[in-house]
Design a protein around this ligand. Structure first.
Ligand code: FES
Length: 265
């Protein structure tokens, strides 16, 4: 705890920045395996980003009525499936990259800037996110709208999967894959609806809900979004793994490892 106390002292409201002091590693806390969390974040985000690029380049991620979330919406007219995936994946990846929670996660874990609360970062000046390139993170509120469109198409994909495509059109298809796709889109909806920017869109710019039009409805919506928002980091992680898992499930079906258990009627 001695090292933690030393690290907390300078940031507890001092008006001038302290001298550089000991090196960064010496300032990190020694009372816990502090590196486990950043190492997990780095490993998870790096692996997911690599997988997203790989699957986008690979193409053809459809099995029966199921479509991978990486490939939706299928804007394939006159294009290869791979080029569509790369185009479509840009908005969700940018959304996660500019997400307030992920920003905290990768600033701490990739850049150690700072590595944790109350640990001084290595910079002598702090400009926040007011200069290039971090100022671009402010695009997040606009990217939200692009992701809302993508999530709408994912709901449409689930609907199509339930009601079949091609020769199965007109039948109801209940399979493990439809459950996987449904679970994925529910989690993605929770993630995007718990977004800090969306919460501000719903309840921001208002000092008094009862003084504005639709104030009561906005207040109820804001309360609902706030409930989701409290768990935003959880939605961020589980929705990322659900996208990943959905794509892997479809690739296993494509590879013929097993048949999708389903009933059709
Ligand atoms: S703050 Fe995380 S998605 Fe908007």
């Amino acid at each position: 705890m001695a090292s933690e106390t030393t690290a907390m002292g300078p940031s507890a409201g001092a008006s001038t920045r302290p001298s550089a002091g000991p090196g960064l590693v010496a300032r990190l806390r020694r009372d816990a395996p502090w590196w486990v969390l950043p190492a997990t974040v780095v490993t998870s985000l790096t692996t997911f980003s690599g997988y997203a690029l790989w699957t986008a380049l690979l193409g053809h991620d459809r099995w029966g009525p199921y479509l991978s979330p990486f490939y939706s919406p299928e804007i394939a007219a006159g294009r290869t499936r791979a080029s569509s995936a790369i185009f479509v994946a840009g908005a969700p990846l940018l959304f996660r990259f500019t997400c307030y929670y992920y920003r905290k996660a990768y600033y701490r874990s990739f850049l150690l800037d700072p590595p944790a609360c109350a640990v001084r970062d290595p910079h002598r000046t702090y400009s926040g996110e007011t200069s290039f390139p971090t100022v671009l993170n402010n695009l997040h509120r606009y990217v939200w709208w692009l992701v809302a469109i993508v999530v709408s198409f994912l709901w449409l994909d689930v609907f199509r999967a339930f009601f079949g495509t091609g020769a199965d059109s007109g039948h109801i298809w209940l399979g493990v894959g439809t459950g996987v796709m449904l679970g994925n889109v529910v989690l993605l909806t929770a993630y995007s609806a718990s977004c800090h920017s969306f919460r501000h869109m719903v309840g921001g710019h208002v000092d008094c809900f009862s003084c504005v039009r639709f104030g009561k409805a906005r207040y109820q919506a804001w309360r609902g979004v706030t409930l989701l928002n409290i768990r935003h980091p959880m939605w961020a992680w589980v929705s990322m793994f659900s996208v990943w898992g959905t794509d892997i499930y479809l690739r296993m079906l494509q590879a013929g490892w097993f048949l999708d258990p389903h009933i059709r009627f």
